[in-house]
Ligand binder design. Structure first.
Ligand code: NAD
Length: 424
């Protein structure tokens, strides 16, 4: 199954502004000095490559690709590679910074990076994509490395591309280097538990938040937008803990059942129907626009960005929002959410179970040893719980919402590490 490495952001019009608006608030609360502020906001390195690739018709096409390393203060940089026709440098810059904060929130020893190639993988043959991936890897062979910069999948890429990347990089080094990339197929050194890791982290965050709010999972209800990797796993694991999932949605529409949807049954149906719930009979169809404003205790946006905006935030009835997706809440909606007293477990915390298990993949590759699924899950849950507690305590200490608290935790960690390491 494909997965995407945490590929944060987004305010489509201005990804950098969306990220910086929250960064700025946290930096101000922390009293970050101007010098450190400037260090943390500027990407360390931005590489632009133009790679010639022979297409199936024999003609050579030149593709522009990027790799932005936002920070290596905490360790080697980590972040996915996006293949999309509209990917642009500013977007990659914002995504790279977001990775820095995400890794810092969960306290894993990585900096942040992101890559992208302007291409449309859906119109290219497998052979063309393979040659493009290999050419991009060869061009960046000095940038990538298990101790330098570790890519992963993002939009438009998956385990297949990561396998080619690992193979091409290994050729340049003359030996097999599994740890240069995560999100590989299991047989090539991928980790057990990676597929469900993000949904599991969402569930752990939701349980921790419900505990703080005095909500009993077995008496609580939820609605989940998106029934793909993150949404379906979160739904399954939440239901196992007693939460009644009243509504779910995917691209085919939204589905509601007052008695709770049988999630196992819905997943089975989806798997048998091309990954979609279209035609599912275990629930009634409802207006997808009403799912996130329906009468439930918890909402989990786990599909796309910018779905909670000033247009619908007033109507939200839930007490808790757990952000499975990256950037589901536009920064303009933040204030109203806070005024309404809704707790938000922000994306850089709630969906970081994915990058955490990617980190485990890298650790296992370096040890040359595979962990059992139980070990992966147990360690990932511990990291998620500890991270939640850290962010929650910070929100109490500074009297700020969880989102700003997550940024404070991240910026503080990177800033402190920078002070110890020193500059020039
Ligand atoms: P996916 O492609 O497996 O699933 C996406 C789901 O959203 C599908 O069910 C799709 O039908 C649905 N969807 C798409 N547009 C929709 C819409 N407008 N309304 C309702 N449903 C819609 O993707 P995924 O891996 O589950 O990722 C979901 C989100 O989580 C993305 O924002 C992604 O960046 C983020 N995320 C994923 C991971 C991961 O490990 N997979 C990690 C961190 C963050």
């Amino acid at each position: 199954m494909l997965y995407k490495e945490p590929a944060p952001i987004k305010d489509r019009e201005n990804p950098f502004e969306s990220m910086m608006s929250r960064f700025n608030i946290a930096a101000e609360v922390l009293g970050l000095d101007e010098e450190t502020y400037n260090v943390l906001k500027s990407p360390t390195r931005q590489v632009i490559v133009n790679v010639p690739v022979t297409m199936d018709d024999g003609k050579v096409r030149v593709f522009e690709g990027y790799r932005v390393i936002h920070s290596t203060i905490l360790g080697p940089s980590k972040g996915g590679i996006r293949y999309a026709p509209d990917v642009f440098l500013d977007e990659v810059k914002a995504l790279a910074a977001w990775m820095t904060w995400k890794c810092a929130v969960v306290d894993i020893p990585y900096g942040g990076a992101k890559g992208g190639i302007i291409c449309d993988p859906f119109t290219m043959s497998a052979g063309e994509i393979e040659r493009l991936t290999r050419a991009y890897t060869a061009a960046l062979a000095d940038t990538f490395g298990p101790d330098q910069d570790i890519p992963a999948p993002d939009m438009g890429t998956g385990p297949r591309e990561m396998a080619w990347l690992m193979d091409e990089y290994s050729k340049t080094k003359g030996s097999t280097v599994h740890a240069v990339v995560t999100g590989k197929p299991l047989v090539l050194g991928g980790s057990l538990g990676r597929v469900e890791a993000t949904g599991r982290g969402v569930m752990v965050s939701a349980m921790a938040a419900m505990d703080k709010l005095g909500m009993d999972p077995s008496k609580s209800t939820a609605a989940i937008q998106g029934f793909g990797n993150v949404g379906a796993w979160a739904a399954k694991l939440m239901a196992e803990r007693g939460v009644k999932i009243l509504g779910v949605s995917d691209v085919s529409g939204a589905y509601w059942n007052d008695n709770g949807i049988d999630i196992e049954d819905a997943i089975e149906y989806k798997n048998a129907h091309n990954g979609r719930l279209e035609g599912y009979k275990g629930a009634e169809m409802m207006d997808p626009d009403e799912l996130l404003t329906s009468k439930v205790d918890v909402i989990i946006p786990a599909a796309v960005e910018d779905v909670i905006t000033i247009k619908n935030v007033d109507k939200i009835q839930a007490r808790l929002i757990v952000e499975g997706a990256n950037g589901p809440t536009s920064y303009k909606a933040d204030n109203i959410i806070n005024e309404k007293g809704i707790m938000v477990v922000p994306d850089i915390l709630a969906n970081s179970g994915g990058v955490t298990v990617s980190y485990f993949e890298w650790v296992q590759n370096r040890m040359g040893f595979k962990w059992t699924l139980d070990r992966v899950n147990e360690r990932a849950e511990r990291i998620m719980n500890e991270s939640f507690e850290r962010v929650y305590a910070t929100s109490q200490k500074y009297n700020v919402p969880m989102r700003i608290a997550a940024y404070i935790v991240a910026i503080d960690k990177v800033a402190m590490t920078y002070k110890y390491r020193g500059g020039f």
